[in-house]
Design a protein around this ligand. Structure first.
Ligand code: CA
Ligand code: CA
Length: 326
């Protein structure tokens, strides 16, 4: 008990000292500008599950809906350009990566939002924050361990500024035009839980909400409430996703064709295919088979039309391909 208390006190002391990377443009900032040659590709797809305009008042509507609806999902495709889609309170955007990304040297990807700097203090900015989660299989997502040292006793208001030095591993830490970088090596602890850091095929951005009301709060990895501008009762409520720049991208060795398909699918792989799994968009497994081949034909014509993910597993090898069944 005493030991535990000591650990808590030491960790509180360290947190009070901790200063993370400052706002973009300040010395020592790790913000990556959109035109950096580090970016080898940009996310080109995604689907949104919009959150409430105001999670504290779900009866509040604009244009007959209580969900955020500002911007098209297409606004996140391609390089960061300031065009965004709004997630709403605790809304999500999920992105499929093909080819996957992997834990290579340094940062592996960066997330762009549309925050803006304070006119009075270059260290402060209007920021909306989101958790970042990744998955190898589209079923099990793992969240980057985030830290918010912003006080959590007085609600940050709808137009109040945040200090980036108090924010770690949350998207939206930097102003428009600068990406918040993420290093997959921060998730090494999840390797035994099914996360393959060598094959990350999905990224999910999840708005934090930002309320410090205990009924509505989101917490960081130290159990501290994440305080960000709330309420933001506008169509554009919540995190505004602009783009995701990819840094460490895998070269792919799998072909799935024809695609889209009416059901007949051929899968060709340089590595031996040992297990083949088909999951639907909700992550439910609709097909699973063991084998030991480089080439296989399967028939999915008994499935409902829609989007599926084909997961191809071999020895030290995994690929995920999107299949459109019509
Ligand atoms: Ca890395
Ligand atoms: Ca954009």
């Amino acid at each position: 008990m005493r030991h535990k208390l000591t650990i808590i006190l030491v960790s509180l002391f360290l947190q009070s000292l901790a200063q993370f990377s400052p706002q973009a443009g300040l010395p020592g900032s790790n913000a990556i500008p959109a035109n950096s040659p580090l970016f080898k590709a940009w996310v080109q797809n995604g689907w949104i599950s919009p959150g409430y305009i105001d999670i504290g008042d779900t009866n509040f509507t604009i244009d007959q809906t209580n969900r955020a609806h500002f911007g098209e999902i297409q606004n996140i495709f391609g390089p960061a350009d300031g065009k965004v889609v709004s997630l709403g309170d605790k809304g999500t955007v999920t992105i499929f990566l093909n080819p996957p990304i992997y834990d290579g040297p340094g940062y592996d990807f960066a997330v762009f939002e549309n925050g803006f700097r304070s006119l009075n203090d270059s260290a402060l900015a209007f920021l909306e924050l989101a958790y970042v989660e990744v998955s190898s299989d589209g079923k099990n997502f793992f969240t980057f361990p985030a830290i918010s040292l912003t006080q959590d006793t007085a609600q940050v208001g709808p137009f109040e500024m945040l200090d980036a030095r108090k924010i770690y591993n949350l998207a939206g830490k930097y102003i428009s035009g600068y990406g918040t970088p993420f290093d997959l090596s921060d998730l090494t602890g999840f390797k035994d839980n099914g996360l393959d850091l060598n094959n990350i095929s999905f990224i999910r951005i999840r708005d934090v909400g930002g309320s410090i009301n205990p009924m509505l709060a989101s917490y960081d990895s130290h159990g501290h409430k994440i305080n960000d501008p709330y309420p933001t009762p506008f169509l554009s409520s919540g995190f505004d996703l602009d783009a995701i720049g990819l840094i460490n991208i895998k070269t792919t060795t799998v072909r799935v064709f024809p695609n889209p398909t009416d059901g007949q699918i051929f899968i060709q792989s340089k590595n031996k295919i040992k297990t083949l799994i088909i999951n639907d968009l909700q992550g439910r497994t609709v097909f699973k088979k063991s084998m030991n081949v480089n080439f296989i034909k399967i028939d999915l014509s008994n499935l409902k039309s829609g989007l599926y993910f084909c997961i191809i597993l071999g020895d030290n090898f995994r690929a995920v391909e999107e299949i459109i069944l019509f």
